[in-house]
Design a protein around this ligand. Structure first.
Ligand SMILES: Cc1ncc(COP(=O)(O)O)c(C=O)c1O
Length: 406
């Protein structure tokens, strides 16, 4: 079955619910048992698709988990209260004191912070690596390296990683490969076909798709990996409300059409921006002159809404004149919703191995579902306001120099 068809039918069983197209919401903390014996055997349900207590899920949680595993082509999925909690819990589940992990220098900032603070406090050491390292990562793998973490494209700077080469090196030394697939979704990057063991996504973004909820997904390639994951994360007590599972399952039904529209519109806006005199370059792996284009073309089946643009100006006032008055691109964190967003790229303290040294101002854009012509007109008006401000009137919005962190 094609992914578009799967997305419509996954996690649904109308005959079980009086013919209703969508599975119903059950709100529950307590789950009742008919006998003492059944109650005492409730932990046997731990890995299964039925709940023993509200914290472990209700029928809508299991419907969503089934749909997510089906979409990714993994053995099983779990959902968590945010994308970040999916990352932190999955890491904690696979690591113990004395372990070492490898993390790309371009990873999502809070992932990095979790490694350098919480994991460090618990005696786990993280080494950050150049995201473009490819198979040469073998040279960084130590006897105690348990996880090789990957994320492609890189957060804010959009480097594409050679995930199959990294995975081959990791597996050769017994390490588990994690991949943050939030940008591409399983529609555009088949993580398990490229050597990934544990796939993580912020469902907050495209999967839910409407900027109105937080959720994370962890999908394991095999049943064995799933059981290890589940053993590790159950003790955290994280849980997702049934209403949010319902909304994410509803979001999944339109994921394929939304992603295609995001992709087409983002490419249109990116190409338009690349031709502007105010722009140094556009960082989008689906553009042929992007440094990661060849790898992207080999491994991905599509792109998404999110890319960056490097403006020539370093004037804070000029950039503010553009951003503060855009009518359609709003200033705000996250992406994957129906509405367009723009933010200054977050690089401070986030690059130590491959510092960002390019001059100019880097902005990250999320291209929503509006008509791309309207979005280009909005940016055109913004760039005109930017160009009207004298270039030397203010210091840079952000100093593009190597971060200090070690
Ligand atoms: C690549 C990536 N992974 C994970 C997350 C975390 O997701 P959440 O905001 O749901 O915690 C984000 C959030 O921006 C992200 O960009």
């Amino acid at each position: 079955m094609k992914p578009d068809t799967k997305l419509v039918h996954a996690g649904r069983d109308p005959e079980q619910h009086q013919g209703t197209v969508n599975p119903p919401i059950h709100r529950a903390s307590t789950i009742l048992y008919p006998t003492v014996d059944a109650f005492e055997r409730r932990t046997e349900r731990k890995y299964g698709d039925s709940g023993s207590y509200g914290i472990y899920g209700t029928p809508i949680t299991f419907a969503l988990r089934e749909a997510l595993a089906d979409l990714s082509g993994g053995a099983r999925s779990v959902v968590t209260s945010s994308g970040l909690s999916a990352i932190t819990q999955a890491l904690a589940a696979f690591l113990r004191q004395g372990d070492h992990l490898l993390v790309p220098d371009s990873t999502y900032g809070p992932t990095r912070a979790f490694c350098t603070s919480t994991l460090a406090r618990f005696g786990v050491e993280a080494t950050f690596y150049d995201p473009t390292i490819g198979g040469a990562i073998a040279g960084l793998i130590r006897p105690n390296t348990r996880i090789v973490y990957t994320e492609s494209p890189g957060s804010h700077t959009f480097e594409i990683q050679d995930v199959p080469a990294i995975a081959a090196a990791a597996h050769g030394r017994g390490a588990t490969v994690f991949f943050d697939n939030t940008w591409a979704t399983p529609l555009n990057f088949r993580a398990f076909d490229h050597g990934v063991d544990i796939e993580i996504q912020a469902a907050t973004k495209y999967l839910a798709g409407h900027s109105d909820l937080m959720m994370g997904v962890i999908t394991a390639r095999t049943e064995g990996l799933f059981r290890r994951l589940k053993d590790g994360i159950d003790e955290f007590g994280d849980c997702v409300a049934p209403d949010l599972c319902y909304e994410t399952l509803r979001g999944l039904r339109t994921l394929a059409v939304r992603m295609r529209r995001h992709e087409q519109s983002a490419l249109e806006v990116a190409r338009w921006l690349a031709g502007r005199p105010e722009v140094v370059r556009v960082l989008h792996p689906a553009l042929p002159d992007d440094p990661g284009h060849a790898l992207w073309k080999r491994d991905f089946t599509g792109s998404s809404s999110l890319f960056a643009v490097l403006l020539r100006t370093e004037s804070k006032e000029a950039v503010a004149a553009m951003m503060n008055t855009l009518a359609l691109f709003k200033i705000g964190a996250s992406f994957g919703g129906f509405e367009s967003l723009i933010v200054p790229a977050q690089l401070k303290d986030n690059r130590t191995v491959r510092p960002w040294t390019e001059r100019g101002t880097l902005l990250r854009l999320h291209v929503g579902l509006e008509a791309p012509e309207d979005l280009a007109a909005d940016l055109d008006a913004g760039l005109r306001r930017l160009a009207a401000v004298p270039a030397d009137s203010q210091p840079a919005i952000m100093k593009l120099k190597p971060a200090k962190m070690g």
